[in-house]
Design a protein around this ligand. Structure first.
Ligand code: GLA
Length: 664
């Protein structure tokens, strides 16, 4: 069963017909059909054009475009149109507009200008969602609902009085009593003891650092407040159109929203991905976020937006060179997307996104962009059979949003240099380079299907999560500054690694961050179990972070050499569990050893040339050459390249920016 009732892979993009005359629509649908577009996202920012005054709807234009699209065989991902509240709502209820941490109410004139807790906003969205659902419930073009748009993009949080009231309700539900809250927030510190709920406020701009427990709860609340907006609309859609799948477009590895919770509320996951063509690490970063998307519901997802070429919101917007749009699109398919969609179909002539690329550029059809759009449409059709197939990963990287929020709290940590996305990438990149399939997982998921589980960091770790890790029978690797605090951001009794102490067989006596620009030498040492170093490199370098460890029943795999921690353990092992008390420049030696002992290899079974990415999806092996030189890749089996139809065996030479999809 696919994501929607459209067969095969989805191909299309955001379409904003309200920006064009109806003559242009005719050309649009004709060209869409020519390119093989089978779905478009419509009405994302259309609230002010659909509801022109409270309860006064003008659906005429949307009726006509939906009919026209359907007549040309194009399905519709219909937005509920609630991403930007209309001017009349904002003027009637100025408190719909969000307020920043310094107390400034933000003006109308951009988009996503709403306070997530505003009753007027929520009522307005639900009314519009109902009107949309009732109007289009039987429209044959409707195949999916797109609620809001990129929640948390411009508006992540709002600090207004209405949000403060909502936050208090949320806190009351979490803690029940003020005593509970005072104790969880540790308000005995800095004289913050609360005696009435009305005294509580969002972490607005204050003279100094705000209580980190308050900030952590604020992050939880803000993610939940936006989710409540999504859920309010979803409820209406499910009531009126129970069989139409519902999604909202995620924003890759986004700090502010707990996507495990969000994904559970949607029928399928969709993502907007904008890897920077100027960033050499872009393919690896994209792969990480695609693997997250696949892992969120452990099933295929949808690349709902990507840029055909340049975006318009970076300081310098570099286009995609010929072939890169195709390569990046195939990459999303390789990692489990059931389609390739773009922002947007036709390039805008006005507004902030007029220089953002589109499938159909300003220059029309006699352009490189259009030719690449046509060619990609044909490739996507050739790969139709990939839809619905899944990936089996033997390695999982743990990601927990609450821990991430705690780790990156402002002004209260031993170092603010530990950033979760970089930590994830530092493990993910070498796995990706080896062609090893990786899932992301929350620390409380059943992990028994994996051979190797890596927690790059679990600053916040509860006893339940620790018990889940202890029950994992495979190879576990835990990164530094883990098991430090509980769910209330209070340091575990006895200090780090708190509930992980027995599992790791050690205590962290002191955190020892390394000043910027300095390094600390680390050297591998003989593993008593083998009589030889477990790590295949003698010299390693730590940067940014180290720890004074005291071992209980773990042994050292590597120790610091020189410096303040000279001779102390840096990397340790207890049974099948490895702990790193520092950030190593190169994780390869640790990873090699763990993967070798676990018997985990890349999907091709052979080493990959630099720049080549390999992913297996069902019976398909995607080989993508992101490098600048042709690469020869040994094949694990004979088969057919679905992109060219040619038979392949032995090995294949892949030109730069080219790809092979081997069916075997
Ligand atoms: C996001 C939004 C789109 C558009 C693109 C531009 O993904 O959802 O509306 O603004 O960015 O890159």
């Amino acid at each position: 069963m696919g994501l929607t009732r459209v067969p095969g892979l989805l191909f299309g993009g955001d379409y904003n017909p309200e920006q064009w005359s109806e003559q242009v629509w005719d050309q649009d649908v004709r060209l869409m059909a020519e390119a093989g577009v089978n779905v478009v996202t419509v009405a994302v920012f259309s609230w002010s054009r659909l509801e022109t005054a409270p309860g006064v709807f003008d659906f005429g234009w949307l009726d006509r475009i939906l009919d026209l699209l359907h007549a040309h065989g194009i399905a519709v991902d219909l937005a509920t149109a609630t991403a930007t509240p209309p001017p009349w709502l904002v003027r009637q209820h100025p408190d719909v507009q969000p307020v920043d941490a310094a107390g400034t109410r933000l003006e109308f004139g951009s988009r996503q200008g709403y306070c997530p807790s505003s009753p007027a906003f929520r009522q307005g969205t639900v009314r519009l969602a109902r009107a949309m659902a009732e109007r289009y419930r039987d429209h044959p073009a409707l195949v999916m609902w797109h609620i809001g748009n990129e929640y948390g993009d411009h508006t992540v949080e709002c600090f207004c009085e209405e949000s403060a009231r909502d936050f208090r309700r949320w806190l009351e539900a979490r803690y029940g009593t003020l005593d509970g809250l005072n104790s969880a927030w540790g308000t005995s510190c800095w004289g913050q003891h609360y005696t009435d709920w009305t005294q509580l406020a969002p972490p607005r701009k204050a003279p100094g650092p705000v209580n980190p427990a308050q900030v952590l709860d604020w992050r939880r609340f803000s993610s939940d407040a936006l989710l409540a907006c999504f859920e309010a609309e979803r409820e209406v859609l499910k009531e009126v159109t129970p069989d139409i799948p519902v999604t909202t477009n995620f924003m890759s590895v986004l700090h502010h929203l707990d996507y495990w919770k969000w994904a559970a509320a949607e029928d399928f996951v969709s993502d907007d991905a904008y890897p920077d063509p100027a960033d050499p690490q872009a393919p690896v970063k994209a792969a990480l976020s695609y693997d997250l998307m696949r892992s969120l519901k452990r099933r295929p997802w949808l690349l709902l937006e990507s840029a055909p070429s340049a975006v318009s919101w970076r300081a310098v917007n570099v286009p995609k060179e010929p072939g890169v749009m195709r390569l990046h699109s195939l990459q999303a398919l390789a990692h489990g997307s059931d389609g390739v969609m773009f922002f947007q179909w036709r390039q805008a002539r006005y507004g902030p996104e007029k220089f953002h690329s589109a499938m159909l550029p300003h220059g029309g059809t006699d352009t490189r962009q259009w030719r690449e759009t046509l060619a990609l449409g044909a490739d996507v059709r050739r790969l139709a059979e990939v839809a619905g197939s899944t990936t089996r990963a033997e390695v999982a990287l743990l990601l927990d949003w609450e821990s991430w929020w705690g780790l990156e709290a402002p002004e209260s940590l031993p170092s603010d240099r530990l950033r979760l996305h970089s930590l994830l990438l530092s493990w993910y990149a070498p796995l990706h380079g080896r062609g090893i399939a990786v899932d992301l997982a929350p620390p409380d998921r059943d992990l028994s299907g994996y051979q190797v589980v890596i927690a790059p960091n679990l600053y916040l770790c509860t006893a339940e999560q620790a018990a889940n890790l202890a029950a994992f029978p495979g190879r576990l690797v835990v990164g530094p500054f883990s098991g430090v605090v509980d769910a209330a951001d209070q340091v575990h009794d006895g200090g780090a690694p708190g509930p992980l102490r027995e599992l790791l067989g050690l205590r962290v006596e002191e955190f020892w961050p390394i000043p910027d620009g300095r390094t600390q030498e680390v050297s591998a040492e003989a593993d008593p179990a083998r009589g030889a170093p477990a790590l295949n490199t003698v010299r390693l370098t730590a940067r940014t972070w180290s720890e004074w460890l005291e071992l209980d029943d773990a042994h050292a795999l590597a120790r610091y050499r020189g410096g303040p921690l000279d001779g102390r353990p840096a990397v340790t092992r207890r049974g099948t569990v490895t702990y790193l008390g520092c950030l190593l420049d190169d994780l390869t030696p640790v990873l090699d050893e763990v993967l070798d002992t676990a018997g985990v290899t890349g999907v091709t079974g052979a080493e990959l040339p630099p720049g080549v990415e390999a992913c297996r999806r069902g019976d398909h092996l995607f080989l993508l050459n992101h490098g600048a030189a042709a690469a020869t890749v040994p094949l694990p089996a004979s088969g057919t390249d679905l992109l060219t139809g040619r038979p392949l065996h032995g090995s294949v030479v892949i030109a730069p920016r080219d790809a092979v999809v081997l069916k075997y």
